[in-house]
Design a protein around this ligand. Structure first.
Ligand code: NAD
Ligand code: TYD
Length: 372
């Protein structure tokens, strides 16, 4: 770990437990981390729900410093064993139920994984944190343990058109069962630092996009539906605004936070790329027309269909990342134009990855949301 007080910048190898490492952001993070810090130990714990895909990490299987464990963050016995056996010093907690539309259909799983699961992980880490053997201090520093809780900007609620972007001190006002369950988990993490001194950090990030995102989310859904000639369903009037960040820039932000973030703090992460949904879909259509040779329907925008709005649909998210930029010297490296192009190209080239995900379960979910 490169500590701010350690001028020689000696890096001690970390031993990470990455929960949800087979999901979209978690898998990008694991691939990024193993590539950037090949001598670190990375243990992935993932329940392989519909959103988890072990195949995404296939290139790492068999590496000495990598281990995949299929299991649930609500399983305390498993957590205790893993934390101890692997002598974990860094938890990167991504595991969650993450899709707003699914949270509207069935909030129970969100409370279970996001709230109860995070609580169980915190309890296990608290127990482990108090248990020697400790990793030797780095140049007089502490053990360097971190519990990084990866959260969302959605906990702050919805903005009006002229409201300033969310900062770390914006009051929480979650509107969906998803964001409410994430807010609950954030509060628990905060309380574990305040009460027990657990070295926790919370990051609240805006909408991510990029490779390996499950087909149900806006950007992959539009790419895949265009490729198979299905309608491109835009909720409501399409004027809702999201702040988009390329997933690797999120991983880079988590890297600086793990290495140099201050325990007890929250950092907002965002791309400063506010885009209206309809404009984003139009851009994706143009990229599809340009890059996909065999589109069933061309121009692709002929497939756009305005559909019934999502219940309780938040109007606008925007995130202010000034704290992360000024204190930890992070800034996004991929523009939204470049990131969307890369993403469309990825979905075009990686049909083998997404086609099996359009399963019977997915079709049932799709009918529940889009055909009612
Ligand atoms: P995802 O749905 O793609 O992946 C979630 C992963 O967690 C899956 O691999 C799933 O199998 C696993 N999982 C679910 N329940 C589990 C359980 N009980 N035990 C162990 N593993 C379990 O989600 P994502 O988009 O990669 O999001 C990762 C994290 O980042 C989430 O906490 C989410 O709230 C947060 N986040 C996401 C975004 C975004 O735009 N996707 C933005 C900001 C924050
Ligand atoms: P989504 O990717 O589900 O992320 P979130 O709801 O967490 O922001 O949706 C992004 C935006 O796109 C959101 O305003 C809802 C909208 N949307 C559609 O218009 N149509 C769709 O089919 C989906 C999945 C989302």
């Amino acid at each position: 770990m490169i500590d701010s007080w350690n001028e020689k910048a000696v890096r001690v190898h970390r031993r990470l437990l990455v929960t949800g490492g087979a999901g979209f952001i978690g898998s990008n993070f694991v691939l990024y981390w193993c590539d950037t810090y090949p001598d670190d130990r990375v243990v992935v714990l993932d329940a392989l729900t519909y959103a988890g895909n072990r195949g995404t990490l296939a290139a790492l299987e068999g590496r000495e410093n990598f281990r995949f464990v299929e299991g649930d963050i609500c399983d305390r016995t498993l957590l205790d064993k893993l934390l101890q056996a692997e002598n974990i010093d860094t938890v990167a907690h991504f595991a969650a139920e993450s899709h707003v539309d699914r949270s509207i259909l069935g909030p129970g799983a969100f409370v279970q994984t996001n709230v109860v699961g995070t609580f169980t992980l915190l309890e296990a880490f608290r127990q482990h944190w108090k248990t020697p053997p400790f990793i030797p201090p780095v140049n007089g520093g502490d053990r360097g343990e971190i519990f990084l809780h990866v959260s969302t900007d959605e906990v702050y609620g919805s903005l009006g058109p002229n409201d300033p972007a969310f900062t770390e001190t914006t009051p929480y006002a979650p509107n969906s069962p998803y964001s409410a369950s994430k807010a609950g988990s954030d509060h628990l993490v905060r309380a574990y630092h305040h009460t027990y001194g657990l070295p926790t950090i919370i990051t609240n990030c805006s909408n991510n996009y990029g490779p390996y995102q499950f087909p149900e989310k806006l950007i992959p859904l539009m790419c895949i539906n265009a490729l198979i000639g299905k309608h491109l369903p835009v909720y409501g009037d399409g004027q809702n605004v999201r702040d988009w960040l390329y997933v690797i820039d999120h991983c880079r932000a988590l890297d600086v936070v793990i290495h140099r973030g201050k325990p007890g703090e929250t950092y907002n992460v965002g791309g400063n790329n506010e885009v209206k949904n309809i404009d984003l879909v139009q851009t994706l259509c143009e990229l599809m027309d340009e890059l996909a040779p065999d589109l069933p329907v061309r121009p692709c925008s002929n497939l756009i269909a305005f559909v019934k709005d999502r219940q309780g649909h938040d109007r606008r998210y925007a995130i202010n990342s000034t704290k992360l930029k000024t204190q930890l010297d992070w800034s996004p490296s991929v523009t939204v134009e470049e990131g969307l192009r890369r993403t469309v190209e990825w979905y075009l080239k990686n049909r083998d990855w997404w086609e099996p995900l359009l399963s019977e379960e997915y079709q049932t979910y799709y009918r529940q949301v889009y055909v009612s």
